[in-house]
Design a protein around this ligand. Sequence first.
Ligand code: SAH
Length: 250
Amino acid sequence: MSTAILSALPEEQSSLVQQLAHPQRLMHAGRAFWRGELHDRPVVLALSGIGKVAAATTATALIEHFGVARIVFTGVAGGVGDGVHRGDVVVAQDYVQHDMDASPLFPRWELPGYARTRLACDPVLTAMLLEAASLCVTSASGLWGLKNIHGGAHRAHQGLVASGDRFVATAQESERLRSALRAAGHDVLAVEMEGAAVAQVCHDYGLPFAAVRTISDRADDAAHGDFAQFVQTVASRYAEHMVLSFLQKL
Ligand code: SAH
């Protein structure tokens, strides 16, 4: 059974499409899906779209229509945790929807009907993805001369990631979001717009899910410019490197 590789951005998907053996482009639900093999493993490549609903539709199509066995997500995110720098990588251990608020009917951030706030990623796939991510950041300084702002090597982190339908682009909003969640015991490393939705769909279908996010910005006042520059220069190389080394471990 095939592995779905879900990318948030076309820049991250294009080099994977180029390397696909026996590529087949299929349209479904207004989206393009690519079937083929990478490293002799059957895969379906798809773009999540931006935001929770688009990502949930894509994930549902991958499961219902393409019958994938697992979903792996690669994308970029804003770093909000201490020591999570641009160019670092965060492998999601679990997900929270930072814009879910059905209070006072349910506790803030709890998913109504699920009796929980956080949805965990699959531990086996996540461990494999963390290995691939660690290898990638180690190679990044050697291969591409990438260093963090302190001149040090980039790091692969593992922890909680928050999703919501907002591009977080001010230091004030980022701090507000982070400290409110932290006060409730949820220490968030990164913020993005899709992962928690895919985690929820995979939870509903009982499908293993893992996600990795390269930090493109610090979700602060410089986020917009940092994001655009990073996606063009770094994100695609990271995504390709991590996905290919992950698939070899499957
Ligand atoms: N590519 C589009 C829009 C990208 S929206 C454009 O430039 O027009 C930002 C994407 O990056 C989303 O997929 C989101 O998951 C992720 N992301 C990166 N930094 C983020 C931040 N600071 N806040 C929220 N999402 C962020």
